[in-house]
Ligand binder design. Structure first.
Ligand code: NAD
Ligand code: WQD
Length: 347
């Protein structure tokens, strides 16, 4: 019997590459499409090393309907996991149209092609950013979506609505939006991991680059929040745990008897860590001393957000297995592997 083919858009990226591995582990055939706007071709070689064979790959832009149409016609997908997007919050404020075009436009192209080629299963990368500063913690999937504080965040909200409207229109589509909390870590082989371009915006790559001596010091953005130690609280989840949830989501969608459905699930650990706790956990997990200072708050930061994972656990049958310490150790091993390389844009 031939394996079910799953299109993984953005499969050379951080979360997509780890998901490609987990798809193989679960007996699916990932087909990767990426345009390397935020990733590098060597990732594909490293993926082959992890899974022991080469994976089907197309260099294409998900917004290019003709190119994507040819891929759909050739591959006959069982489902689509749509990771491809721009994700830099600050940049999205400077270049909103690039973000709307890439993030929303690519989804529309894919939904049209899914209708034309009768592809019925979709998993979409959404984000806890849709909750803004939640009124109730831990935040569950019924919490109201708050007005986005960046064009990037708005693209996630719009994409969720585009999918809901498509399902409501009667298109035969079982779609799951996964709302990620803060993905960190890297594959245990240190062959794939996060590749921030230039100066990292996210905390953990900034920590590992500081420990590696690439950055002078980490600035903790604010210690006057209403939290245990005054620094912000987030729910940090290992990227491999996150990747496994995508495999579970594809299976879950196909198990449901309805022909059309839309659902959302939180993907987090259920526990919050402060920035300072994460810094100390990194030091403990790796034995490295981290040079950090406390600075002013970063504008737009949410004070605290962490997931209620009851629905993911009870309905999806998924929960995290890897500790934050192990995630930080994996992130550090990955940093040692890429050494002092600072990645610059290819396009
Ligand atoms: P990433 O940048 O590492 O991966 C995205 C990949 O998509 C890259 O390889 C990039 O080259 C590719 N890509 C972008 N636009 C494309 C296009 N038009 N056509 C083809 N390829 C394209 O990002 P990631 O961290 O792996 O994030 C994956 C998804 O998860 C994104 O949708 C992101 O918004 C979402 N997300 C990420 C986080 C996070 O903190 N990493 C949190 C919540 C949600
Ligand atoms: C985590 C914490 C910072 C860097 C962003 C996006 C969100 C989602 C995930 C995609 C915060 C603090 C950080 C530093 C610091 N992405 N920090 N010094 O802000 O939770 O969310 O990524 O959907 O949309 O906004 O993640 O890693 O940037 O920050 O003190 O140098 O670390 O203030 O409290 P964030 P982050």
């Amino acid at each position: 019997m031939s394996l079910k083919k799953v299109l993984v858009t953005g499969g050379a990226g951080f979360i997509g590459s780890h998901t490609a591995v987990e798809l193989v582990n679960a007996g699916y055939e990932p087909v990767i499409v990426d345009n390397f706007s935020n990733s590098f071709p060597f990732v594909l070689d490293n993926l082959s090393q992890i899974v022991g064979r080469s994976l089907t790959f197309y260099e294409a832009d998900c917004n290019d309907k003709e190119a994507m149409g040819r891929i759909f016609a050739k591959e006959q997908f069982y489902g689509v996991i749509h990771f491809a997007a721009y994700k830099a919050v600050g940049e999205s404020v400077q270049k909103p149209l690039a973000y709307y075009h890439n993030n929303v436009g690519s989804l529309v192209v894919l939904l049209e092609l899914m209708a034309e080629h009768k592809v019925k299963h979709l998993v979409f990368s959404s984000s806890c950013t849709v909750y803004g500063e939640p009124e109730k913690l831990p935040v569950d999937e019924n919490a109201p979506v708050q007005k986005a504080n960046s064009p990037y965040g708005n693209t996630k909200q719009i994409c969720e609505e585009v999918i809901q409207d498509t399902v409501a229109s009667g298109q035969e589509l079982k779609a799951i939006a996964l709302r990620y909390f803060n993905p960190i870590g890297a594959h245990e082989t240190s062959l794939i991991g996060e590749l921030p371009i230039g100066v990292p915006n996210n905390l953990v790559p900034f920590i590992t680059q500081t420990a590696a001596g690439i950055r002078k010091e980490l600035t903790v953005f604010g210690d006057d929040y209403d939290t245990r130690d005054g620094s912000c609280v987030r729910d940090y989840i290992h990227v491999v745990d996150l990747a496994k949830a995508h495999v579970r989501a594809i299976a879950y969608a196909s198990e449901q008897s309805e022909t059309s459905l839309y659902d959302t699930f939180n993907l987090g650990t259920g526990d919050g860590s402060t920035v300072l706790e994460l810094v100390h956990a990194f030091e403990k997990a790796t034995g490295e001393k981290l040079n950090y200072v406390v600075g002013p708050r970063r504008s737009g930061d949410v004070e605290k957000v962490y997931a209620d994972v009851t629905k993911s656990s009870e309905v999806l049958g998924w929960k995290t297995e890897i500790s934050v310490e192990d995630a930080l150790r994996d992130a550090w091993n990955w940093q040692l592997k890429v050494k002092d390389q600072v990645f610059e844009p290819t396009k």
